[in-house]
Design a protein around this ligand. Structure first.
Ligand code: FA5
Length: 509
């Protein structure tokens, strides 16, 4: 393990570690720069890498540092303006204001500063336009003041820490900071490097400094000399920026997964259209024309086109008979007068079962068919209801297909998606026996309804000319996706919440 870490170290990282070892495991980056003959950038970037591997600690301090500005340097070298004026005053005792500049070799702005500070330091007084030296001024001639001592010191040492304990400096600083543009106060980052216990263990194992091959030349490849070079191991655990590769939307992912399951179970896929006639959506499925689901408040009826062509007369007549009298189905039918105009109305399909009905009209059993698609209902939106959602629909038609087979297939399907399913008796106008599938939510300790299923009734099959039993099911996909993604609100699937989408796995469990 530690050897792996050694193998993954860059040459610079090794040099910094070795350098720290020679300073008894801790020192400043500047010392490493000198001892290892590296530049500060390389040392700091190697230190960052070593820190992320837990081999050293990088302590960071911020110092406030003072240094002299250009004016400050000039004052330090030539004396403060008031000092220069004091010298002349000491010789001449008094000087008229107007002569100050020439006598002390100061420009007009410096004269102003000089007078101001002469008065502040009580080195002179002004009397009727004449500047006169005071006793305090005479005493000051041979003394250096704290501001001047600080200037001298800064000139000598270049910069010093702001928090210097010396009183002298503090007083000097207080005086100088009242004047503009003499001192520069800056923040300086200071680093200190310390080898951790893990780093020490690594150093104890011995770190060899050897040049590593970084870029191979054509020559090295041709002659095979690349074989004898030393390479650094890749650190597969190195920190890296987070990336968000493009991936399928989780709802589409779920649809694709469902598709794969049915294809692997031997089903063929069929597609229908979103715009359907009431005939295929309802009538064909033995749903009476006064059924609640057909009402305007449950179904979207389309204005344009208002009507859709119906299939062959024979099929339409068979359906009429099934509804009115039961026809040849052995049933009494619904016992009302069936209206072809109602059947012609165009609707947005309310379920995918119409795709199954069409498929049965066009294909001979035995068959196993599934279809996936959008369906539409006039629903109030809630955490588990949408007006537009997806269903997966399927039929299995063969001589010996039974209700038990249907339950087995549904169980198998949900198991493949990792869910436990249970069945409850239900009612659909087009199936008998009928069930609803429910899935267990362990964290809520409840069951959620995911779909309906059953054996198509003779009133459905006979008009379509189907002579074998047909098992059918229709399952909601959004609700299934909610379970897979562990989301509490179905609307999340249509929200385009990029933060949530980015952090979802590429492959769902
Ligand atoms: C049907 O749509 C039947 N056609 C299913 C069927 C097919 C039964 C074949 C028998 C034979 P239902 O209306 O219960 O059934 O809808 C099926 C599933 O769609 C529901 O269990 C639910 O998971 C989902 N679903 C229904 N309404 C909504 C909605 N508004 N929003 C989201 N999902 C819904």
């Amino acid at each position: 393990m530690l050897q792996n870490i050694i193998d993954e170290l860059t040459l610079y990282e090794k040099m910094v570690l070795k350098g720290l070892e020679s300073f008894n495991y801790e020192t400043t980056p500047e010392n490493i720069v000198e001892s290892q003959n590296l530049n500060i950038k390389s040392v700091m970037s190697a230190a960052g890498a070593l820190e992320s591997k837990g081999l050293i600690e990088v302590q960071k301090d911020v110092d406030e540092v003072i240094s002299l500005s250009n004016t400050g340097k000039e004052y330090a070298e030539e004396g403060l303006p008031e000092r220069r004026l004091l010298k002349v005053l000491n010789d001449e005792n008094e000087i008229p204001m107007k002569d100050l500049g020439t006598k002390a070799d100061l420009d007009s702005s410096e004269v102003k500063i000089a007078i101001g500070w002469l008065l502040k330091k009580k080195w002179a007084i002004i009397d009727k336009g004449v500047v006169k030296i005071t006793d305090e001024g005479r005493n000051a001639v041979s003394k250096e003041y704290s501001d001047e001592l600080l200037l001298d010191k800064l000139l000598e040492v270049n910069k010093m820490l702001f928090f210097d304990p010396s009183k002298l400096i503090k007083e000097g600083f207080d005086l100088l900071k009242k004047r503009k543009g003499i001192l520069d106060v800056k923040k300086e980052h200071k680093y200190y490097l310390k080898v951790t216990e893990k780093g020490k263990q690594l150093l104890d194992m011995g770190i060899e400094l050897k040049e590593e091959a970084t870029q191979l030349t054509h020559e090295q490849l041709k002659t095979g000399s690349w074989r004898d070079l030393k390479y650094r191991s890749y650190d597969v655990h190195a920190e890296h920026p987070e990336t968000f590769p493009g991936k399928m939307h989780p709802l589409q992912r779920t649809i694709e997964d469902i598709r794969q399951i049915f294809l692997k179970m031997g089903f063929t896929e069929s597609r229908g259209s979103i715009l359907e006639s009431a005939f295929w959506n309802f009538d064909c499925l033995f749903q009476p024309q006064d059924h609640a689901a057909r009402e305007m408040q449950d179904t979207f009826y389309i204005k344009e086109p208002k009507n859709v062509n119906l299939p062959s007369n024979k099929l339409v007549e068979n359906v009429r008979m099934a509804h009115e009298t039961g026809g040849n189905t052995g049933s009494e039918g619904w016992g009302y007068s069936w209206d072809i105009e109602v059947a012609k109305q165009s609707v947005l399909r309310t379920h995918t079962t119409c795709v199954s009905a069409r498929h049965l009209a066009e294909h001979e059993p035995p068959l196993k068919m599934f279809s996936v698609g959008r369906v539409f209902r006039r629903e109030t939106i809630t955490y588990k209801h949408l007006p537009e959602f997806h269903q997966v629909e399927g039929i299995i038609a063969a001589e010996d297909i039974t209700f038990r087979n249907l339950l087995g297939i549904l169980k198998e399907f949900y198991h493949k998606l990792g869910f436990e399913v249970r069945f409850r008796p239900a009612y659909f106008p087009y199936t008998y026996l009928s069930v609803e599938c429910e899935i267990y939510l362990p964290h809520k300790e409840t069951w959620i309804e995911l779909g309906g299923a059953g054996m198509f009734r003779p009133e459905v099959l006979e008009p379509l000319g189907v002579e074998t039993p047909v098992a059918a099911f229709g399952l909601g996909i959004e609700r299934l996706a909610m379970l897979r993604l562990d989301i509490k609100d179905i609307r999340m699937l249509y929200k385009s919440d990029i933060g949530w989408l980015r952090h979802l796995p590429v492959k769902l469990d």
